[in-house]
Every structure is written in structure tokens, then in C-alpha cells.
Design a protein. Structure first.
Length: 179
């Protein structure tokens, strides 16, 4: 007969999540240096979602994240929590139909050990050189797993009249030159 305490302990142990470091990181279609640094991971994120009308490299996109990574757009109605696949299904048809170019215009990074938080101010355009139609902030949580930086989550909110971008999250102006 199996001891009830042993059975309970085994059941609880089996329910624990596998540590991120023990999980196999996605490798499909990721560029070799996409996750080498925080900078390269953020640059790859913006690069993979940006482009003229047409498909995106969703395998590369997913390879930037830990397997459980989430995307969370926030609006006045509240947050909407998306899996990576939810995001692909939601954004893919729009990207296929219309150009979308999102670029980072300012960044604030906090780092401790294998954990980083990046406030990345963005602007969105329909063409690479067109006028911006939206701005906002991506709050990116990123962790180092097996020597690679992987996105844990991205929470973002677009700028609105009620929530204009604070100066602290906008590009700094160069100091005036002396004459």
C-alpha cells in the first residue's frame, strides 16, 4: 500500500512548473545573435514584427520568448492576456494586409542578475518613412536562460489624450552647443 504522504508529495512535485533553465529554448528560425544581449533581443523583436504588407517570421518571433511568454495589450477596458499564438492569430492578418513598422525611440532599462525590465517607448508607422500614427510604451520583462536573453512578457499601452507619454520616457534632446 502506498503511503498517503508519499502520494501527496509526488502529486505536488509533479504539479510544480519546470524551471525555465531546464526547458529547451526554442531554436526554430532564430537568428544566431537574436538573444545574445538585451539589445539584440529587443532589436529582433521590433525587426520581426515590422515590415511591408505580408507575412512575418513567426517562428523567429516565438524563438525570442520563453515557452510560456505572454503579450498583454492594455486599454481603457483593461488588459488582455495573449499567448504568443494568440498574438500571431490577432496581428498576422493585419500585418499581411497593411504595412506596419514599429521602432523604438527611447529606452529605460533596469537590470539585476538574470532579470531585466525594459521600458521601450515606440512609434508605429504604416511605411518605413511615413508619419507615425501611434506611440506608446512596451514594458518588456526579459530573463537570461542558459546564457540567452528571452522575453518573459511584453505589456504595452498606446498613448492617448488621457495618458500622454511622460517626458522621462521620450528621447532626450541633445545639449545645446556653445558658440
Amino acid at each position: 500500500m502506498i503511503d498517503a504522504k508519499v502520494l501527496l508529495g509526488a502529486t505536488l512535485l509533479a504539479a510544480l512548473p519546470v524551471p525555465l533553465a531546464a526547458q529547451q529554448a526554442p531554436t526554430a528560425s532564430a537568428q544566431a545573435d537574436d538573444s545574445a544581449t538585451i539589445d539584440s533581443a529587443i532589436a529582433a523583436l521590433y525587426a520581426v514584427i515590422s515590415g511591408p504588407p505580408g507575412p512575418r517570421d513567426w517562428a523567429r518571433f516565438k524563438a525570442l520568448f520563453v515557452p510560456e511568454g505572454r503579450l498583454v495589450p492594455v486599454s481603457d477596458a483593461g488588459p488582455r492576456i495573449l499567448t504568443q499564438q494568440d498574438y500571431v492569430e490577432r496581428a498576422g492578418p493585419a500585418f499581411a494586409k497593411d504595412g506596419f513598422f514599429e521602432t523604438e525611440i527611447a529606452r529605460r532599462t533596469e537590470l539585476y542578475g538574470n532579470v531585466a525590465h525594459v521600458f521601450s517607448t515606440y512609434q508605429s508607422r504604416r511605411t518605413a518613412t511615413g508619419a507615425p500614427f501611434a506611440r506608446g510604451i512596451n514594458s518588456i520583462q526579459i530573463v537570461r536562460v542558459a546564457g540567452k536573453w528571452r522575453i518573459l512578457s511584453i505589456t504595452w499601452q498606446g498613448e492617448t489624450p488621457a495618458f500622454p507619454l511622460p517626458d522621462a520616457y521620450l528621447p532626450t534632446k541633445p545639449a545645446p552647443q556653445e558658440k
